[in-house]
Ligand binder design. Sequence first.
Ligand SMILES: [Cu+2]
Length: 120
Amino acid sequence: MTRKSILTALVVLGILAQTPSAFRAQDTSGTIEVHARRFKFVPAEITVKQGETVKLHLVSDDVPHSLVIKDLGVNQEVSKGHPADVTFTATSAGDFKGKCGRFCGSGHGSMAFMVHVKPG
Ligand SMILES: [Cu+2]
């Protein structure tokens, strides 16, 4: 590495370090992929920051399911081969329970999901 490239790297790092975290929270890295399958969501729980807009990319691995998180206004169907995106903004901190809203078999009632919202 030349002296010049080291200097360039330091300048770039300095710029990145100064980017406000609130700005970085809004980029598309806020997309979380969630798989629905008999009879669970994977991951079954996620943690997000209050005020952050989160996009869930839902994928069904088998039969049609849905993800319902009533208190976050989420209600999205998903079927195999047809991934679906749903966006929500958690305006208050706390734990928000979700579930599968579409009957998918004997273990349907155990398909739970949890969103932990950390205070902003
Ligand atoms: Cu289901």
